[in-house]
Design a protein around this ligand. Structure first.
Ligand code: HAM
Length: 416
């Protein structure tokens, strides 16, 4: 435990850990463009309204988890708890509003004031994708296929894909009535929050994680079977295409997801290597309302939690790539050699060879220890006699062999 720890639920990521993160990011940057997606970067904070309107006032995230603050100009801003609302706010300035498909992906930190636990952070990172502008079941299935491909290539295979339909808003009446009737009969034994949810948004009850509510959720009516024909046909086309693409899935009738913007398809991918927080990724089709617009933008997308991807990779024994080490350590014996090496280091780096050296007066033994600690592949020794001869001694750290290399040939020999 470091003496100066960062705030609870946040972490520092050190150079020996970053290589695994970069692998995830590079995998995303390799896979998503194959499907026509380009990378987008949006601010880490937005006007609070973007999330309030976008995610829904009744959601746990908006009600309890947002980091909201007032800036010096009296504006209410919020650190993004997820990526979709901000990305759609950005895309509201594009042709997405006129039904022209926009394909973007993003990666970066998200912030939720949750109780920190294994796999649940206050600052966590997502890799996400949004396809905005159009609505079609094939786009939903393609998005799931891409996510599945990404997870497999990112070393996080072995997940389970759960999918469900939320129907469209106009279609939910009968299902909503059936759910309300069911939960009303048990509400006395359910949690405080569910009592409010029963009044304000009964669907949110299906997403309750409280033990006392679980059994009533499990016995609730299957909402999707009460949706209209159009919603059911839409969902069938998604499932049929997944079957055609040979992507295994399980229909989970209780899956509603924690954000209110979803319509039609919702999905979550869980992994047995994760504990209680077992969702490695989630997403679905949505209709998201951006402030300043009176009709929502349609889209489909997902986000995967990077911390959870890393847990799954580690549990699966995926090797962490070694961090970069210096190609050469320039060992200086005396002040003149140090001056010479300072210049040599710069010219080597200019030629793309990574070089490390010690600027303080240190013994040969101490400098060798530093070269060892840095895991330098080679050590180049320069002292007064080498300066006189115009040749340095190059030691190969792997086998201990040494040879003399004329100064003029150092770059060439090291580049080999
Ligand atoms: P979400 O399910 O809230 O969806 O988050 C997606 C993923 O982010 C989760 O499956 C999980 O891996 C990770 N995650 C969420 N909260 C935390 C946390 N506190 N600590 C660590 N990891 C976490 C969304 O955010 C939607 N925007 C996904 C989406 C995109 N839907 C449509 N487009």
């Amino acid at each position: 435990m470091s003496k100066s720890a960062p705030p609870p639920g946040t972490s520092d990521i050190f150079p020996d850990e970053i290589t695994a993160w970069l692998e995830l990011e590079n995998t995303a940057r390799r896979i998503f463009p194959l499907y026509g997606y380009g990378e987008i970067r949006t601010p880490v904070f937005e006007f609070t309204e973007v999330f309030q309107r976008g995610l829904g006032d009744e959601t746990e995230v908006v009600q309890k988890e947002m980091y909201t603050f007032e800036d010096r100009g009296g504006r209410s801003l919020t650190l993004r708890p997820e990526g979709t609302a901000g990305v759609m706010r950005a895309l509201s300035g594009t042709e997405a509003m006129n039904g022209v498909e926009q394909r973007v992906f993003y990666m970066g930190p998200m912030f939720r004031g949750e109780r920190p636990s294994a796999g649940r952070r206050r600052q966590f990172h997502q890799i996400g994708v949004e396809n905005a502008g159009k609505a079609a079941p094939e786009l939903d299935a393609e998005s799931i296929a891409m996510l599945s491909r990404f997870l497999n290539e990112a070393g996080a295979g072995g997940f389970e894909l759960l999918i469900n339909t939320r129907g469209v808003k106009e279609d939910r009446g009968p299902a909503e009535a059936a759910l309300r009737e069911h939960f009303a009969a048990h509400i006395g034994d359910m949690c405080e929050d569910c009592r409010t949810r029963l009044e304000r948004n009964v669907w949110r009850i299906l997403d309750c994680k409280q033990e006392c509510c679980r059994k009533f959720i499990d016995s609730a009516p299957d909402a999707a079977s009460l949706f209209g024909q159009n919603s059911r046909d839409y969902f069938k086309r998604v499932c049929d295409m997944l079957t055609d693409l040979e992507i295994p899935f399980k229909v989970e009738p209780r899956l509603v997801r924690g954000l209110d913007y979803y319509v039609h398809t919702v999905f979550e991918l869980t992994h047995p290597a994760l504990g209680g927080q077992n969702a490695i990724a989630g997403g679905g089709r949505y209709e998201l309302t951006v402030p300043g617009f009176n009709r929502p933008v349609p889209g489909v997308g997902f986000a995967a939690g990077m911390e959870r991807l890393l847990i799954v990779r580690e549990a699966g024994g995926v090797a962490v790539p070694a961090p970069a080490v210096p190609d050469v350590f320039l060992l200086s014996l005396g002040g003149n050699a140090r001056k010479f090496n300072a210049k040599l280091a710069e010219s080597l780096r200019r030629a793309g060879i990574s070089a490390a050296l010690e600027y303080e007066e240190k013994s040969m033994k101490s400098q060798m220890r530093t070269a060892d600690r840095l895991k330098a592949a080679k050590v180049l020794i320069v002292g007064d006699s080498e300066l006189e001869n115009g040749a340095a001694i190059l030691k190969n750290m792997a086998d201990g062999t040494q040879k003399e290399v004329p100064f003029a040939e150092i770059g060439e020999v090291l580049a080999k």
